[in-house]
Write a protein that binds this ligand. Structure first.
Ligand SMILES: [Zn+2]
Length: 80
């Protein structure tokens, strides 16, 4: 069975690349993004949003794990 995409997470992955807990974190991240877009406007990019989350207090550990991974993936993409 495949492991969760978060390297330090020891849980098995589900249908997504993440385990149950980190899948829930990803869902929460995507859900919240819609609210932030409403507040900051359509030009507010997903990457800006993720970067803002890393400096927002009280963001959960699971959320930060996923945010860090997504930012890494976005960084890799823009290098190509
Ligand atoms: Zn996980």
């Amino acid at each position: 069975m495949k492991r969760c995409a978060i390297s330090e997470c020891i849980n098995d992955a589900m249908d997504t690349d993440f385990c149950n807990e980190h899948s829930l974190a990803l869902e929460a991240i995507e859900e919240k993004y819609h609210g932030w877009k409403k507040a900051y406007g359509e030009a507010f990019s997903f990457e800006q949003y993720l970067t803002s989350l890393t400096t927002t207090p009280k963001v959960g550990k699971n959320i930060l794990d996923v945010v860090t991974l997504l930012l890494e993936q976005l960084g890799e993409k823009s290098l190509n």
